[in-house]
Design a protein around this ligand. Structure first.
Ligand code: ATP
Ligand code: MG
Length: 416
């Protein structure tokens, strides 16, 4: 039985020490403990992203305690008991112990408490309801959190169906934690509760859904979890277009085999409609950022067609027209959809070309066209485009003199 994390490096940074000192100066030793992701990940040997703190102090007391220690206190969610302490540039969420008094599936009315076990009861999964004192001593009020974490079981705290009914976002959190930390068979009770609540996911704010979804898709291998989402009907509610998971699974396999970074947005692309209009509609419904939407639309385009056997010249043309990002995205998507594993080195070659080759700037301007005698007006653009096509056909020839010769020939051939 593990009863302490021991002193971890993240527990002794000057920021953490100052925040705990400030809280304990007001509430006494033991009034604050680590909770959530940092404790879970420390137990699992996974990297720690942010350090969340639970405390018996009330939000006003937290603010006063931090300010007395010259630490910035931002009331980021005071109605839920959360104050963000910003210490030497590092934010910490400090949340007062609470219980949920009223829930409607989307929001909760809370009451504060000084009972750690009560606070654990309102948390989502047993492995997220483990606390650690500042010296690393573990507190596991549900009694099974540490064992579940070590066995990598994602299990709801208390009655799964009730916990899902209280907050439907927990359905997506289940699949997210499953994707990141789960092993072995998924907890059958949890899966059944998620399946029963699937339709309710449609009532959640789209921003919250897509945030969870993108976090889920960023896991090293979310394939099993996404398959389970499909089986439980949850995937169909948020992404009705995701019927065939083969391209998604192909992309994850390529990213893992080739040691590419986990690209959540590109993984999402494999689950969206196949055409640009469909993608734009889905991006709107999911309230994705403009940047993400534009990237997904560009990735969905069909011309120029990407083939593993494209010549370097055709590939350069593709990079020039699409830009490096959309070109790379389309190469990876085409690769993920292909079944010819023998083409691996060709796909890699295309990606390498797209990364290493920067398209040159077209050497002529409108002024060059005017200088060649073409009158001001729409013809200038037409001539320029024709010479640009010639330049691209000649593989971006680095020779301004030839381009001007071509321009003269085009200009002479024009009837104006
Ligand atoms: P990470 O930060 O790596 O995403 P985390 O476990 O810290 O993981 P957060 O979303 O930061 O996740 O939430 C912190 C803690 O708050 C969780 O560990 C959990 O105990 C609790 N929590 C968060 N969201 C919910 C929820 N919807 N229902 C119940 N408890 C929740
Ligand atoms: Mg966290």
């Amino acid at each position: 039985m593990t009863d302490s994390l021991g002193q971890r490096p993240w527990m002794t940074t000057s920021q953490v020490v100052r925040v705990f000192d400030a809280l304990e100066a007001a509430g006494g030793a033991g009034c604050a403990r680590y909770v959530g992701g940092c404790v879970r990940n420390a137990l699992l040997g996974a990297p720690i992203d942010d350090v969340d703190i639970a405390t018996t102090l009330l939000p006003d007391q937290v603010i006063a305690a931090l300010e007395a220690a010259k630490i910035k206190a931002v009331p980021t969610g005071v109605e839920h008991g959360t104050v963000t302490a910003v210490c030497e540039g590092q934010p910490f969420e400090v949340t007062t112990l609470r219980r949920d008094v009223e829930t409607d599936g989307r929001r909760a009315v809370v009451a504060f408490t000084s009972d750690w076990a009560e606070d654990a009861q309102r948390r989502d999964f047993t492995l997220n309801a483990i606390y650690a004192g500042r010296d690393g001593t573990l507190f596991d009020p549900t009694g099974t959190g540490v064992a579940d974490a070590q066995a990598r079981r994602i299990v709801f705290v208390g009655d799964a169906a009730m916990r899902v009914a209280e907050d439907h976002l927990r359905i997506l959190r289940f699949f997210r934690f499953r994707a990141w930390y789960g092993r072995g068979e998924a907890d059958a009770v949890a899966v059944a509760a998620c399946a029963a609540g699937a339709a309710q996911v449609a009532n959640l704010a789209a921003e919250r859904v897509s945030k969870e979804l993108l976090k889920l898709l960023a896991a090293d291998d979310p394939r099993e979890s996404v398959r389970l989402m499909a089986e439980t009907g949850v995937l169909g509610v948020i992404l009705p277009s995701a019927k065939d998971l083969s391209v998604f699974e192909g992309l994850v396999a390529i990213e893992n085999d080739m040691l590419f970074v986990n690209d959540a947005v590109l993984r999402l692309a494999t689950l969206l409609p196949k055409d640009e209009v469909g993608v734009a509609g889905a991006a709107e419904r999911l309230r994705l950022s403009n940047e993400t939407r534009d990237r997904l639309i560009a990735a969905a385009g069909k011309t120029p067609q990407i083939k593993s056997w494209m010549s370097p010249r055709e590939a350069r043309r593709g990079v020039y027209h699409l830009g490096a990002q959309a070109f790379a995205d389309r190469v990876k998507l085409a690769w993920a959809a292909s079944t010819r594993s023998a083409a691996t080195h060709q796909w890699r070659g295309l990606l390498a070309l797209g990364e290493s080759w920067t398209p040159p700037a077209f050497p002529l301007t409108g002024q060059d066209v005017l200088n060649s005698g073409v009158p001001k007006g729409p013809l200038v653009g037409e001539v320029l485009r024709e010479v640009e096509d010639w330049w691209i056909d000649h593989d971006f020839i680095d020779d301004k003199f030839s381009a001007i010769e071509k321009l003269k020939a085009v200009a002479q051939g024009m009837a104006y």
